[in-house]
Design a protein around this ligand. Structure first.
Ligand SMILES: [Zn+2]
Length: 324
């Protein structure tokens, strides 16, 4: 909508701007995108009912977007490839969702992508909640191997949650006001999990990393004593460096460069989403891990997510989105 939409007394310039705007809007939400999309979606064969899992179903025409529909003989319900997925009842083409995801991968904030694509806040909120749900198990199977580096990075709680020593003084240093994030990487993958508040302990270190590092790997890390539990549990060979002493050493010569770079990147990512609900921090970390990990190409990432989304049957539960 422009200020001149629907007015009968538009100047030629206003008319031009308004029609450009409308044309662009229609292309984005347009029928062409819909037709391509239906063709793509129809290329998938469904093997079971999206509601009850029965294999006894029949073709039942197409929906208004041209996507094939089926009717289940067991539960009687209609379904299509997008039933119960993020694209269920979608009013917006998948191509737009793709644009949205490409923005997310470039570390744009959800809010700004939504604005530039002219997607309503409600839709953005819905997409984010579904995206987080899709990625909620994403890191479960990540196992770092070979040359592994780990570290902790800290993220301050939001203002209203800050605990104070007394009326005017906050706790200093790595206090309860700092959320501790365990971060690890090897040659190809990045892992990123909340450890708790304040300094890491042996227990929190084991909880975060012990299932995600292959036995016998080579661990490079700072002199955090809590890490030793991993060396003991997993029979790791360990190289430690004094992080402070390495400060100022050029990246290539810094043995902790890789993990330092991940920490910097994570800070940048979270900064783009600053102000988000901290109770969703792990969701953001899952997304960060997904962005860091293969495939590198952003379109291949979109493809991967789409495949997860279309296959994933677990998108029924709706959870309040945490965003912005
Ligand atoms: Zn069924």
């Amino acid at each position: 909508m422009t200020p001149w939409t629907g007015l009968t007394n538009q100047t030629p310039l206003q008319k031009f701007l308004d029609s450009r705007n409308t044309a662009e809007y229609q292309v984005r939400h347009g029928e062409i995108a819909r037709m391509d999309e239906a063709e793509m979606l129809n290329s998938y064969d469904l093997t079971e009912c999206k509601h009850c899992g029965s294999t006894d179903f029949i073709s039942y025409g197409r929906n208004r977007y041209g996507v094939k529909r089926y009717r289940c003989k067991s539960c009687g319900k209609l379904f299509s490839i997008v039933t119960n997925t993020v694209f269920d009842n979608h009013k917006i083409p998948i191509s737009e969702w793709m644009e949205f995801m490409l923005g997310v991968f470039r570390f744009q904030s959800f809010q700004s992508i939504g604005r530039s694509l002219r997607i309503t806040d409600t839709t953005v909120k819905y997409w984010i909640s579904k995206l987080f749900l899709l990625l909620s198990d994403y890191q479960n199977d990540i196992v770092l191997r070979g040359d592994v580096q780990i570290d902790e990075t800290f993220y301050k709680v939001i203002k209203k949650d800050i605990r104070k020593r007394d009326e005017t003084h906050e706790y200093r240093g790595l206090s309860k006001n700092q959320i501790c994030i365990g971060i690890g990487c090897d040659a190809s993958h990045t892992l990123c999990i909340i450890e708790g508040y304040g300094k890491p302990s042996r227990k929190s270190t084991a909880e975060v990393f012990s299932n995600h590092i292959e036995h016998g790997s080579n661990l490079t890390h700072d002199e955090e004593k809590a890490h030793n539990i991993l060396v003991e549990m997993l029979g790791l060979s360990s190289r430690t460096f004094n992080a402070k002493a390495l400060k100022g050493i050029k990246d290539d010569d810094n043995p902790l460069d890789k993990i330092n770079e991940k920490c910097r990147l994570l800070k940048r990512f979270l900064y783009a989403h600053s102000g988000f609900d901290r109770s969703c921090l792990q969701d953001y970390l899952n997304l960060f891990s997904f962005i860091c990990n293969p495939p590198c190409d952003h379109f291949e990432k979109v493809e991967k997510l789409l495949l997860i989304a279309l296959k994933s049957p677990n998108l029924l539960k709706y959870r309040d989105a945490c965003w912005f």
